[in-house]
Write a protein that binds this ligand. Structure first.
Ligand SMILES: [Fe+2]
Length: 153
């Protein structure tokens, strides 16, 4: 797994691009007590939780957040251009697989922008710019599980 700290503290992952295929995928892992930055992109990314238990927030800009609690085997699809952010308050690493259509028929996402700060023309919200309630909820969720908070914002 490669360093993916541009997405989140301690994050690792790999991208899977299959030859002559209409699908692509990436695998990402987040350590216990951490979470990646929120971001948004085009439609069609199917998130399959492989290990760990936690939750995600999904929201359309200017609208209330929707919370999805997940466990291994859960699957959800962030709608087109909705922000989404995944949280690991669990005592073990969380790992998920994102399955996405790829190619000229479906332009799912511009991967060059999903790791870039929204202030610099990207589609990612830095920790310091997120709604403070997001981190407060995470602290509460870690406390409920007795999980050490490792993310520093
Ligand atoms: Fe995403």
């Amino acid at each position: 797994m490669r360093d993916r700290s541009l997405r989140g503290q301690g994050a690792t992952g790999i991208r899977l691009h299959l030859a002559a295929n209409t699908m692509s995928a990436h695998l990402e892992q987040y350590p216990s007590g951490t979470y990646p930055r929120g971001h948004r992109h085009g439609p069609g990314a199917h998130i399959v939780i492989l290990s760990g238990e936690g939750y995600s927030f999904l929201w359309e800009e200017g609208q209330p957040r929707i919370r999805i609690d997940w466990r291994p085997g859960s699957l959800f699809v962030p709608p087109a251009n909705w922000f989404h952010q995944h949280f690991n308050p669990d005592n073990e690493p969380v790992r998920y697989l994102a399955l996405k259509p790829w190619g000229f028929t479906y332009k799912v996402e511009d991967l060059s922008k999903t790791d870039q700060d929204i202030r610099a023309g990207g589609t990612q919200i830095d920790y310091k710019d997120q709604d403070p309630e997001i981190h407060a909820i995470f602290l509460s969720e870690c406390s409920k599980r007795g999980t050490e908070v490792r993310v520093a914002i």
